[in-house]
Design a protein around this ligand. Structure first.
Ligand code: CS2
Length: 492
């Protein structure tokens, strides 16, 4: 603990010298940073993931890659960062081990609804070669049933009518690209947990642009790079407790402090329109095909995470490590990952998937991370179709039963319909798409109707039919859950 620093004063450029010796910090000239990257969605994940890869590149002397961060929905992070010279700390913790670094690569933090002109100008700036994004699955205005642009969305309609003053991610991107001069190559790197995330972003932004400026749409198709990427690091949202902990460690207040796990991975398709940071020097893997990595990570990590989240919520288990320590829930998560999900994954070449699974389970058990099951449970109607349903459908087509995955699905549906945990505590469900599905479940006359009504909800389950035997098993699970809760289902 640094003795000279005052825990009540704020992290700042000047305050860097007061930090304790054990805390890494930027030693390069921050004032000399060019603004080569714009990032949309300035949440904890970006700051603990892509920004750290960039920080390592900048620290090696390539000052072209300062980041202009943009918040699209909530001003709090950009305000907190502006008040501390855009510096923030990242502490990697596993058990009792902790390593802290203050990151300097962020040059600016804008709040789009208030500073839209600056955001558009930053994307249009010829020095900007990359726009990265972490705006969550629902931030791309995609219609889940068709996988195309959701043209009925009110914000999309607003942006099509007012392309100069957009509110959506796609609208902001298109407005910036529209203003860029020709001959300044730009690459969009989508870093959200979606299959073929780069291809998806390209399709959506082209569909959006086509609605008001066909020339712009053709230009995006021809000139903009959209590599797919797989991102991985467990980064829980900050809490008052984690901020206090960071302040005690730094000896300074850091209102944007992050506490995350040590593990980090980034696999990016090497398909850039122009220059890019040498992220491989910081450990990123640049490769020609990201899809096997994406499928492996979305199914094994995110798929198991979602199951832990819903079982955890039903069992009153606050964090992922609590859920892993619960004999029934932990055992269920292990079998789900090691048996059902692993069998559905084709390994990337040279990859030991079993070792990957064991490492994942160890990461989930990390007691130093308060990763709340409620956080992971958010937006299930966006996550489940990516994390569980492809594996389930492929297996059913092949005539293979996936008992753990089917139980996970039943627990999620029960969670949506019940609205309270097994011991009666009210659940906080944060998912704009949930109500439509929950209403179908609640209206059903019995469990068979409920299973059929859920599977017919195309926004989540797609338009292809599901086998009746599978619907029958799901109905039986729903009935067990209704009568005895999650514990009864996982004890069978
Ligand atoms: C989590 C992810 O909140 C969630 O849905 O499953 O944020 C997960 O922690 C990251 O994808 C890990 O890389």
């Amino acid at each position: 603990m640094p003795l000279s620093a005052d825990q009540n004063s704020r992290l700042s450029q000047r305050g860097l010298r007061d930090l304790g010796d054990g805390i890494a910090r930027p030693h390069y000239d921050r004032g000399g940073l060019a603004r080569g990257i714009v990032h949309l969605g300035l949440g904890a994940f970006h700051r603990a993931h892509q920004a750290l890869y960039t920080e390592a590149v900048v620290a090696r002397g390539d000052l072209r890659w300062g980041i202009v961060g943009v918040s699209l929905r909530d001003p709090r992070v950009s305000e907190a960062l502006a008040a501390q010279d855009h510096l923030y700390s990242v502490t990697e913790r596993h058990g009792d081990d902790a390593r802290t670094r203050v990151v300097g690569a962020l040059c600016d933090a804008l709040y789009a609804p208030r500073q839209l002109e600056q955001v558009i100008a930053a994307i249009a700036n010829p020095a900007t070669a990359i726009v990265t994004s972490t705006v969550t699955e629902k931030g791309y205005s995609q219609n889940p049933a068709s996988a195309d642009l959701d043209i009925d969305d009110v914000l999309v309609r607003h942006d099509i009518a007012n392309p100069q003053t957009p509110r959506t991610t796609l609208g902001v991107l298109a407005a910036g690209i529209r203003r860029r001069s020709a001959g300044a190559p730009l690459t969009l790197v989508c870093c959200d947990n979606m299959a073929s995330n780069g291809d998806t972003l390209r399709k959506l932004v082209v569909q959006y642009a086509d609605l008001f400026d066909a020339k712009l749409a053709r230009r995006i198709e021809a000139e903009i790079g959209c590599p797919n990427s797989m991102v991985d690091r467990i980064v829980p949202a900050a809490t008052p407790v984690s901020l206090e902990w960071a302040a005690a460690r730094l000896g300074l207040r850091d209102e944007a402090a992050i506490v995350c796990e040590p593990f980090t991975q980034w696999v990016i398709e090497d398909r850039f329109a122009g220059i890019r940071p040498a992220w491989e020097d910081a450990g990123a893997l640049l490769t020609s095909d990201v899809r096997p990595y994406q499928a492996m990570k979305l199914r094994l990590l995110n798929g198991t995470h979602s199951a832990l989240a819903y079982a955890g919520q039903m069992g009153g288990l606050e964090t992922v490590s609590d859920a892993m320590a619960h004999p029934l829930v932990g055992g269920f998560a292990r079998r789900l990952m090691l048996e059902d999900l692993r069998a559905s994954v084709a390994a990337p070449s040279g990859y030991d998937v079993l070792a990957y699974c064991h490492e994942l389970l160890r990461r989930f058990e990390n007691p130093a991370l308060a990763h709340r099951t409620q956080q992971i449970a958010m937006d299930g109607t966006q996550k489940v179709p990516v994390r569980w349903l492809p594996a389930l459908r492929e297996s059913l087509v092949a005539g293979v039963e996936r008992p753990q995955l089917e139980r996970a699905l039943a627990i999620w549906l029960h969670y949506l319909a019940a609205g309270h945990s097994d011991n009666g505590a009210a659940l906080v469900i944060s998912d704009p798409g949930a109500e439509a599905l929950a209403a179908r479940l609640r209206r059903a006359a019995n469990d068979t109707d409920a299973a059929n009504a859920a599977l017919a909800h195309s926004a989540v389950f797609g338009t292809g039919p599901w086998p009746p035997v599978f619907a029958g098993r799901l109905a039986r699970h729903l009935s067990t859950l209704r009568q005895g809760g999650m514990t009864a289902l996982l004890s069978t």
